[in-house]
Design a protein around this ligand. Structure first.
Ligand SMILES: Cc1cc2nc3c(=O)[nH]c(=O)nc-3n(C[C@H](O)[C@H](O)[C@H](O)COP(=O)(O)O)c2cc1C
Length: 194
């Protein structure tokens, strides 16, 4: 029987436990309204562990993570992302994960040809995706937030003012359970097999 492996990398999973990754991709959606239910610390640990396990150029891991779970701080951070009217829902978020961009230490061979931060943006985007997908498997809603007051977040979280962000991700239990159909470009328009 074909074997797949569990989170610890060693435990064989039975067919019954096997998760269809595409189903997780379809279930993940930007959540724009969270319920009152607080998020368990262990679930946040799993989300950020998924970020830590993300692949990166030359395995340089150009990231660090700040998990905001203290309710007063969550409320303060939520205020930093509400410039867009559309982002008013952040007031209902129960946690945030801020992904910080760290220096990408590429292999010396690659560094000869490329600026060391060349791959970092892609790596950070991948880490954000891993976190959101893990949140989905935990039954949590997530929303990657693009517009926020970076300087204010740095001040609140004691982050050096010059630090660049990879992403700010809002988390919580979704207020509703409806799964929207995906609004995506048609497969045939963007995929070519040769
Ligand atoms: C870099 C980035 C920034 C985003 N910023 C916001 C945001 O500020 N507010 C928001 O409601 N959604 C934001 N989103 C979510 C996108 O609007 C969403 O992913 C897209 O419309 C696809 O919908 P889905 O995530 O529900 O599949 C952002 C997504 C990414 C990747």
């Amino acid at each position: 029987m074909e074997e797949t492996y569990g989170h610890d990398g060693t435990r064989p999973m039975s067919g019954a436990e096997k998760v269809d990754f595409l189903d997780i991709c379809k279930l993940r959606q930007s959540c724009r309204g969270f319920s009152e239910r607080p998020v368990e610390h262990d679930k946040l640990v799993k989300c950020v562990e998924a970020g830590r396990l993300t692949h990166s150029g030359c395995n340089s891991q150009p990231w660090s993570f700040v998990v905001v779970e203290n309710p007063e701080m969550v409320s303060e951070i939520s205020k930093c992302g509400r410039q867009l009217k559309q982002n008013a829902f952040l007031g209902t978020a129960k946690a945030f994960i801020v992904i910080l961009e760290e220096h990408a230490l590429l292999s010396p061979v690659i560094s000869c040809f490329l600026d060391s931060q060349y791959y970092a943006k892609g790596d950070l985007g991948a880490a954000a995706a891993y976190i959101c997908l893990e949140a989905t498997t935990q039954g949590l809603g997530s929303c990657h937030i693009g517009l926020y007051d970076r300087a204010k977040i740095c001040e609140l979280l004691d982050i050096p003012a010059e630090k660049q962000f990879g992403a700010v991700i809002a988390l919580g239990y979704p207020a509703g359970d409806a799964i929207r159909s995906k609004n995506r470009k048609p497969f045939e328009d963007i995929v070519r097999f040769v």
